[in-house]
Ligand binder design. Structure first.
Ligand SMILES: Nc1ncnc2c1ncn2[C@@H]1O[C@H](COP(=O)(O)OP(=O)(O)O)[C@@H](O)[C@H]1O
Ligand SMILES: [Mg+2]
Length: 358
């Protein structure tokens, strides 16, 4: 008896959801490949939960279709969809033991009682709760309760596992451990998982693919590295990884090489054009993408002045004034610059991007 994966693809086709005058989800298309973990990421109210609930069948789209494993499930109720969901609030039955909670969904299956028990025990082993069978939820920590909720979802062997902000009620240290464990189980069993969070670090840590949502629409989708290195717009650049968005102008274009020259104060930088047609841009500078030096190392070094220096043990944080802009960078502990110092910024091209400025 072992927990198996029957992972299926999920496809949303032109799906919209309106609540009266509010458009919660605005005509989105999305494909989630079988066996992958895809995160819906975005600020509160952008439509993540509504999207997840439409996959679960807890919410009916106003228009569009939902497919699971190639089958149109748009009109099917949740119990006929073969999905299971893990909620922020755990939603355990308080009067039932851990074993009863985990095996609850198997009661209607055609498994023998012994087989149900064995499967539940395996679920508990996967989440690291072997031996907790007879405890009540009130006798568990928040993290343990969420593990029980994950085990309960896993034993159903759903085609798709859904998570709605599953770690939000846990403290920071536990969140990190729990997200690593969820990812490990998902990879081990090859599960299709859709994971909702507003926490960009969590999304970067667990996902095969991230779908960034903004106001009911998909702003950009891609691997964590795609989104970090090639943000499609200022919203994504700002939301994923802290970024300095420094306004600049395109002063020259080399269409053949697909490069542009960006003027930044008195300095000029040549960068990949990134499909930008207008002249107004933001230069996206990551805090770790700058090397500070006391003298101009290269011709494209940008002069700056240290406004603030903060020692944080493992690294320094500097706030710089450059070309009239405030820029936040982190540096290794070896070098040290004091407030007021004149420095030069050497920008790492791999950690630079251009986005359109409207
Ligand atoms: N049942 C509902 N009735 C009315 N408005 C709703 C309902 N559910 C969600 N909304 C609205 O839809 C938008 C998206 O909500 P939601 O999907 O919960 O966002 P998120 O999970 O990204 O925070 C919000 O403006 C929210 O207020
Ligand atoms: Mg939500």
């Amino acid at each position: 008896m072992s927990i198996e994966s029957r992972s299926a693809a999920v496809r949303l086709q032109a799906v919209a959801k309106r609540f009266g005058a509010v458009t919660a989800v605005d005509d989105i298309d999305l494909l989630i490949e079988p066996g992958t973990l895809v995160t819906l990421l975005g600020p509160s109210g952008c439509g993540k939960t509504t999207t997840l609930r439409m996959i679960a069948g807890l919410e009916m789209p106003t228009s569009g279709s939902v497919f699971i494993g190639g089958k149109d499930v748009t009109l099917l109720p949740p119990n006929e969809r073969d999905v299971s969901m893990v909620f922020q609030s755990y939603a355990l039955f308080p009067h039932m033991t851990v074993m009863e909670n985990v095996s609850f969904g198997l009661r209607e299956s055609n498994l023998s009682r012994e087989a149900q028990r064995a499967k539940a025990q395996e679920g508990l082993a996967l989440v690291g709760l072997t031996g907790f069978d007879d405890r009540l939820p009130s006798e568990l920590s928040g993290g343990q309760q969420q593990r029980v909720a994950v085990a309960r979802a896993l034993v159903l062997e759903p085609q798709v596992l859904l998570f709605d902000e599953p770690l939000s009620n846990l403290d920071a240290k536990l969140r990190r451990k729990m997200r690593e464990d969820i990812r490990e189980i998902q990879l081990k069993l090859g599960l299709t998982a859709v994971y909702v969070t507003h926490d960009q670090e969590e999304a970067l840590a667990v996902s095969d693919k991230i779908v960034v949502m903004n106001k009911g629409r998909i702003a950009q989708e891609g691997t964590p590295a795609d989104l970090y290195q090639r943000p499609a717009d200022a919203f994504v650049a700002d939301f994923i990884g802290s970024a300095n968005l420094v306004p600049g102008e395109i002063v020259a274009r080399d269409r053949k090489k697909k490069k542009v020259t960006v003027g930044l104060g008195k300095s000029k930088l040549v960068l990949p054009a990134n499909g930008i047609s207008g002249d107004k841009v933001f230069l996206v500078i990551r805090p770790s993408g700058v090397l500070l030096d006391g003298k101009a190392a290269k011709s494209d070094s940008l002069p700056a002045k240290v406004a603030r220096a903060t020692y944080l043990g493992s690294h320094w944080e500097y706030t710089l004034d450059a070309a009239g802009q405030s820029i936040f960078v982190i540096q290794p502990v070896g070098k040290r610059f004091t407030a007021g110092a004149r420095v030069y910024m050497q920008l790492d091209p791999a950690q630079l991007a251009l986005v359109e400025r409207s």
